[in-house]
Ligand binder design. Structure first.
Ligand code: KG4
Ligand code: ZN
Length: 347
């Protein structure tokens, strides 16, 4: 069967078609298409929800046509339509939900609401080196930073999470203070390549706390204080040093807590997902530390780290395989802008 997936929770419109066959352990990605709104929001220094919703409306059907054409399929080949039901921006989510439910109703096919973070979490299953259950998941996106114990699809135990800013927010807010624009994570990472991470001693909040929680709000304040000390005519080299020091502080905390979660659960597999999972420094440090401990680390393909439709279609397909998809045919859609991932757990 073929599942069409639509992602519209924030600032990317993503559509994809995955195929599910009885003999296929992991669903196959047939085609996907993405439109990023980054250029549109750049002038505002962040996502403008109303503009995001309007742009999703403009993009979603042309992207759907392109995906079907690339897959050599037609609407008649679509057996179910999945969409991101939450969490995310309410207006943006409603666009994907509305289009998915309208398509489902028109085609007389079931619709499946998908949790955005479950999409991220399962996205490494589309990589050349897919993980096996159980594993520890480090979910690091623009809005979430969580460590989960994952025993199967739909079995999620929260081990720790941020008590204030997410790791992606720490990147984005620090980058904004440094005048690097939006989204700040990739820009800060690029600048960090030219700096020395030991130059500025920035805090690593909760690094040695007994639990697996994170806190990044203090880091942003420390970056602001450091910039203040450097003054208005800070040179490019100091900016690069500050970017490198900031990135290193975030990476050190993410790495230490992931290792602590592996130790606590006694698991030997780590899955890293979400936009910050694209960070090369994070990947390098996790790879090195995990190798020492005989832990396997899995990442999504780089293109699937940030938001996309493939992970939504995939999550629906993996749920479908296990009888957990809860397909609906009433087409009365609702979205859940706030929706904790662990509430999906079946047990
Ligand atoms: O998962 P995602 O695309 O969207 C959410 O669901 O939030 O994550 C976006 C976040 C942003 O904060 C962005 O700055 C960050 O991921 N990000 C990065 C990198 N690429 C994206 N942060 C650090 N280094 C990167 N290379
Ligand atoms: Zn995301």
């Amino acid at each position: 069967m073929n599942i069409l997936g639509v992602e519209s929770s924030c600032d990317e419109t993503g559509v994809a078609l995955v195929q599910l066959e009885p003999g296929l352990a992991v669903p196959r990605l047939r085609a996907q298409a993405l439109h990023s709104q980054v250029d549109m929001h750049q002038d505002y220094g962040g996502v403008v929800p109303e503009l995001a919703s309007r742009d999703h409306i403009r993009r979603v059907l042309p992207l759907t046509r392109r995906v079907l054409a690339d897959a050599g399929a037609t609407l008649a080949d679509v057996d179910a339509v999945a969409f991101t039901q939450g969490p995310g921006l309410a207006g943006a989510l409603l666009v994907g939900a509305g289009v998915a439910c309208a398509l489902g109703a028109a085609l007389a096919r079931p619709v499946v609401g998908v949790h955005h973070l479950e999409g991220h979490l399962l996205s490494p299953f589309l990589s050349a080196d897919p993980p096996e259950f159980p594993f520890v998941a480090l979910l690091v996106s623009g809005g979430h930073t969580q460590l989960m114990r994952v025993d199967d699809v739909g079995s999620y135990e929260l081990l720790g999470e941020t008590i204030d800013d997410a790791a992606g927010e720490a990147f984005d807010k620090s980058a904004k203070l440094m005048g690097l624009g939006y989204p700040g994570g990739p820009a800060l990472a690029r600048l960090a390549e030219f700096g020395d991470a030991d130059t500025f001693a920035l805090p690593r909040p909760l690094l040695h706390s007994a639990n697996l929680d994170f806190s990044f709000a203090g880091l942003k304040t420390a970056v602001r204080t450091q910039l203040h000390k450097l003054g208005s005519n800070v040179c490019e080299q100091d900016r690069a040093h500050l970017a490198a020091s900031t990135q290193q502080a975030i990476v050190d905390v993410l790495c230490a807590k992931s290792l602590a979660a592996l130790k606590q659960t006694q698991l030997k597999r780590l899955v890293v997902a979400g936009g910050v999972g694209a960070n090369a420094r994070l990947r390098g440090q996790l790879d090195a530390e995990c190798k020492k401990r005989q832990v396997r680390v899995h990442y999504p393909e780089l293109a699937l780290c940030t938001d996309n439709g493939a992970m939504i279609a995939l999550a629906a397909a993996m749920r479908w395989q296990r009888g957990l998809a809860r397909p609906r045919r009433d087409y009365a859609f609702n979205v859940m802008p706030r929706w904790p991932l662990q509430s999906l757990s079946v047990s």
